[in-house]
Design a protein around this ligand. Structure first.
Ligand code: SF4
Ligand code: SF4
Length: 151
């Protein structure tokens, strides 16, 4: 599935459980994600170093899907990576387009939020809870900072 990012506005979302966001993409992991997941699966069975610098979840060969995807559901839903919790919202520290409107975290940091319009759940269900999203983004940035092991 190819991402189509557009700035987050007052979009609605309800997951349609198609599992498409769990195939054909590398899921980056924070240090916190790794510690949470290693409680249910040995690190060697899920962790992959991609492009010599990113820690991601291993994918299986037959459908290019995440190894935790089963019958279109996430086997580790309660402890899934924060980036999966955030999806179909995507976080960027720089604007994709020059005029994109920033959001501000409680600590004052400026971020940019996008949604992936290729997700089938966009336009359905409830509006996104921006406050919750901002709190989650703050955690993701903090845990990602702790994860960097190579520049
Ligand atoms: S692509 Fe969208 S609708 Fe499909 S499983 Fe992922 S979040 Fe849900
Ligand atoms: S961890 Fe779960 S939600 Fe994230 S890509 Fe894998 S199956 Fe999907």
């Amino acid at each position: 599935m190819k991402e189509k990012l557009v700035p987050l506005k007052d979009h609605r979302f309800k997951c349609q459980l198609c599992g498409e966001c769990c195939r054909n993409r590398w899921v980056p992991l924070t240090l916190g994600d790794i510690f949470r997941i290693k409680n249910v699966k040995p690190i060697d069975d899920f962790l992959l170093i991609w492009n010599e610098k990113k820690l991601v979840i291993e994918r299986r060969e037959w459908d290019n899907g995440c190894i935790f995807l089963k019958d279109n559901l996430c086997e580790i839903n309660k402890i899934k990576p924060l980036i999966c919790v955030l999806y179909p919202v995507a976080l960027s520290e720089v604007p994709v387009l020059k005029n994109d409107t920033p959001y501000y975290l409680k600590n004052g940091k400026k971020i940019y939020l996008y949604i992936d319009k290729s997700c089938k759940g966009i336009g359905k269900g409830k509006k996104f809870d921006i406050e919750k999203i901002l709190d989650l983004c703050e955690t993701i940035l903090q845990e990602s900072k702790e994860t960097c092991w190579r520049n």
